[in-house]
Design a protein around this ligand. Structure first.
Ligand SMILES: N[C@@H](CCC(=O)N[C@@H](CS)C(=O)NCC(=O)O)C(=O)O
Length: 215
């Protein structure tokens, strides 16, 4: 059984938890508190596992891995059933692109270290931080909405009628948007997918409020 290092509120760890649940994979959870002790992600022991001092990470014997997308792709290759990528080659590529849109173009702007840097180095207050978050999160999610509406599909999930990596990345991003009071009420495709995912046990059990380190 591998060890999984995460934090209940981390949306990148949340993505991995959904994938573990969809594949019904057991793992040992090791909590890394991002604020306690000055941030447990910065401890020398954890830095050996993840030199970037970010969660999530995974460790199996001498093998350690960071980056949620790499973790999920590793899982997909090791435990292919049920698969988390669409069957169709074009939709599969689109699902990957959708994940990267969230992981590279939205999520980094909300990160704790980024918010703290803006606040401390550039002397910005809550109002300015909120403006920053709204710019990048609302903007990025509006682009995700356009990606799905261009597809013009009747799918229940982003790229098919069963959940894929795209849904795994979308749901935690919407959780973060709600947490930071970003209005997504007009993003009807995203809302539909979010509601459909929220019915599934794998997504429910991965929710931050259902984790052992939840506060
Ligand atoms: N691209 C990385 C992002 C990892 C990441 O940003 N993790 C955040 C929590 S969601 C973190 O550890 N933040 C700690 C910090 O900012 O100090 C992934 O997908 O795993």
């Amino acid at each position: 059984m591998f060890e999984f290092y995460g934090y209940f509120r981390s949306s990148a760890a949340y993505r991995c938890r959904i994938a573990f649940n969809l594949k019904n994979i057991d793992y040992k959870f090791i909590p890394i508190h991002l604020r306690k002790d000055g941030g447990q992600q910065f401890s020398p022991e954890y830095k050996k596992i993840n030199p970037q001092s970010l969660v999530p990470s995974l460790k199996e014997n001498d093998f350690s891995l960071s980056q949620s997308l790499a973790i999920i792709e590793w899982l997909e290759e090791k435990y292919p059933d049920p698969n988390l990528l669409p069957e169709d080659i074009n939709l599969r590529a689109k699902a990957r692109a959708f994940c990267l849109t969230i992981a590279c173009e939205i999520h980094p702007f909300q990160n704790l270290r980024v918010q703290e840097f803006i606040r401390e180095e550039f002397n910005q207050n809550d109002e300015k931080i909120q403006k920053w978050l709204t710019r990048w999160m609302a903007g990025g999610l509006t682009e995700c909405e356009e990606i799905l509406s261009n597809l013009n599909s009747q799918y229940k999930f982003c790229f098919g009628n069963k959940p894929s990596i795209a849904d795994i990345f979308l749901v935690p991003q919407i959780f973060s948007a709600n947490r930071f009071n970003i209005d997504i009420s007009k993003l009807s495709n995203l809302k539909k997918v979010f509601e459909n995912c929220s019915q599934l046990e794998a997504f429910k059990n991965a929710h931050p409020s259902n984790q052992p380190d939840s506060e």
